[in-house]
Design a protein around this ligand. Sequence first.
Ligand code: PBG
Length: 323
Amino acid sequence: MNRRPRRNRQTEAIRNMVQETSLSTHDFIYPLFLIEGQNQRIEVASMPGINRFSVDTVLDEVAACVELGVKAFAPFPAVPEQYKDKFATESYNPEGLFPSAIREIKKNFPDVALITDIAMDPYSSDGHDGIVENGEILNDATLEVLGKMALVQAQAGADIVAPSDMMDGRVGHIRRVLDEHGFTKVGIMAYTAKYASAFYGPFRDALDSAPKAGDKKTYQMNYANSREALIEAELDTAEGADYLMVKPALSYLDVIKLLRDNSNLPIAAYNVSGEYAMVKAAAQKGWIDGEKIMVETLTSIKRAGADIILSYFAKEFAQYLKK
Ligand code: PBG
């Protein structure tokens, strides 16, 4: 035999030398759940190890992550029911929980990157990402709300805004609003290929943001489609997106690869709540080795072509690297 691929797998030193993909703490964005109040740190039942923090305690969490080398965060607010309405007006209240948290984090940690979510669902009494009228999710009317939300977040100190709503034309609209107000340096990470997925279940528990009626299939993508992701990528790019995202990650590695091969923008992938919960649940039962599965799955996302990984594992992975 001339060719023996096993020669390159013989020892750990050789394997490390020929390893094609490696992960660093710089690859990660760590999602953070925010709640009102003080001194709160409440674990999400379906996401062991992941907490909902009040603004004071989230600062300790950010400090711990920065210490471990994780310096990019994606905060999400859990908004009390009494502040929700059909038009998500709380989403652009500059004194609301979310802008206040952004200001507070930036004041204490000016060097971290804050990637802030733009979508109506946490603030909407309908639990949808857009304005609902007779069961329909209105596209263009929703853009107005998203623009106001983006502006308030930029004023609070967001580095990058991340529209996760899947309305048509939202990247272009948000870019215009930001530029008109002088926020030309605030980036846009577009949730480009965001699928209508059952993997978001634990996230909706964490924020109490599930749709009150219907589903999200008229705006989020059909998981049977991949060419359609290229249409979304083309539009987001033309409208001014600085990053393209695929979400979820693990059942969509082919889509990550497709965008990687067709774009020169940085590609992000969101390793979502259900993907995290499945690993944690099986590990708690002793059915899998949770740490090994964490490293293997995160590596697969990077190998598929993601430059950036949003993951609830970000902190645990950084702790693992430290060991
Ligand atoms: C809301 C939003 C969702 C997630 C991020 N932003 C849920 C949804 O679209 O219903 C899901 C993240 C996760 O599951 O970890 N626009």
